[in-house]
Design a protein around this ligand. Sequence first.
Ligand SMILES: Cc1cc2nc3c(=O)[nH]c(=O)nc-3n(C[C@H](O)[C@H](O)[C@H](O)COP(=O)(O)O)c2cc1C
Length: 203
Amino acid sequence: MPHILHLDSSPRGSRSTSRALTKEFVSDWIQVHPQDTVTYRDIGKYPVPPVDESWIAAAFNKANTLPTELTGALTISDELIAELLQADRYVFGVPMYNFSIPANFKAYIDQVVRIHRTFNAAWEGLLTNKKMLIVTSRGDSYGEGSALASYDFQEPYLRTVFGFIGITDITVFHAENLNEGKDSRQQAIAQVRHAMQQLIVSW
Ligand SMILES: Cc1cc2nc3c(=O)[nH]c(=O)nc-3n(C[C@H](O)[C@H](O)[C@H](O)COP(=O)(O)O)c2cc1C
């Protein structure tokens, strides 16, 4: 019975496009696959902390047991990694911020990309047989051949970093041109909705 990890990272609530689209996808998916289960993680509303000195010392600790002062340093990381390991499919909503990802999503990535847990010493990803859907939301557009294509540090980064931990089956839908007027916005959202409907039957 497939298990889905649904994660939103927009700090916005009802005004967020990425949030609305991931919610719609998961809700439509569950209608078609009612036996599937979902865990929801909202790092937009409840951000995870950036890694700190204790986190780094604990994650790279070479002794068999952690020194007392580092006990608990990886609690949040452990929880987030367990969520990733337990899920078969991921549905992540990620706005574009400054041509890349919001800081809260980077903090999440730093918590879950962890030696011996999600990748090994040979740099092999440990998350296998997973599928990921990423829905991005962007004010402008960055498609191949467009004037801003080379500014897209979002999709290439997400594919690289999740690929690094073993998640290589990644579908990315971009809700673009959201700040380019009502018509462009509605058209972009309709395109993503259409693509999501197709994915529901083929994913
Ligand atoms: C801090 C900040 C930085 C942004 N940077 C970019 C950017 O570099 N490129 C872009 O196309 N849109 C940018 N935007 C616009 C957002 O990507 C757009 O508003 C998107 O809809 C936000 O996602 P959400 O609707 O899920 O909250 C930025 C918005 C904010 C608030």
